[in-house]
Write a new protein. Structure first.
Length: 95
């Protein structure tokens, strides 16, 4: 079950943004430079790639990553680059 309408400090994480992050966890699908930098804990890079809408969402995105995403899929650029997603890991283990 996917949690919806995640909120932190009065900011609601849009469902489309949550879906992008959840798709990364499930399939390893990159959401682009902005999301990859958020996942890598490179906030300077995230700000550099953010549009005006996402700049305001960075705090809630970071909280969602920290509180709701598996710790093994975020934290550095190397981890983000190598994450293949739960679905791909299950297929590899079954094959």
């Amino acid at each position: 079950m996917v949690e919806t309408n995640y909120r932190w400090n009065g900011i609601t994480l849009p469902k489309c943004t949550q879906r992008t992050l959840d798709r990364y966890v499930e399939d390893g699908t990159s959401g682009g430079h902005f999301f990859d930098n958020c996942l890598a804990n490179d906030l300077q890079g995230a700000y550099g790639h953010a549009d005006s809408w996402h700049v305001e969402l960075i705090p809630v995105i970071v909280k969602y990553i920290y509180n709701r995403m598996p710790s093994g899929c975020w934290g550095s650029h190397e981890i983000v680059k190598n994450w293949k997603g739960y679905n791909n890991m299950e297929q590899k283990e079954a094959g």
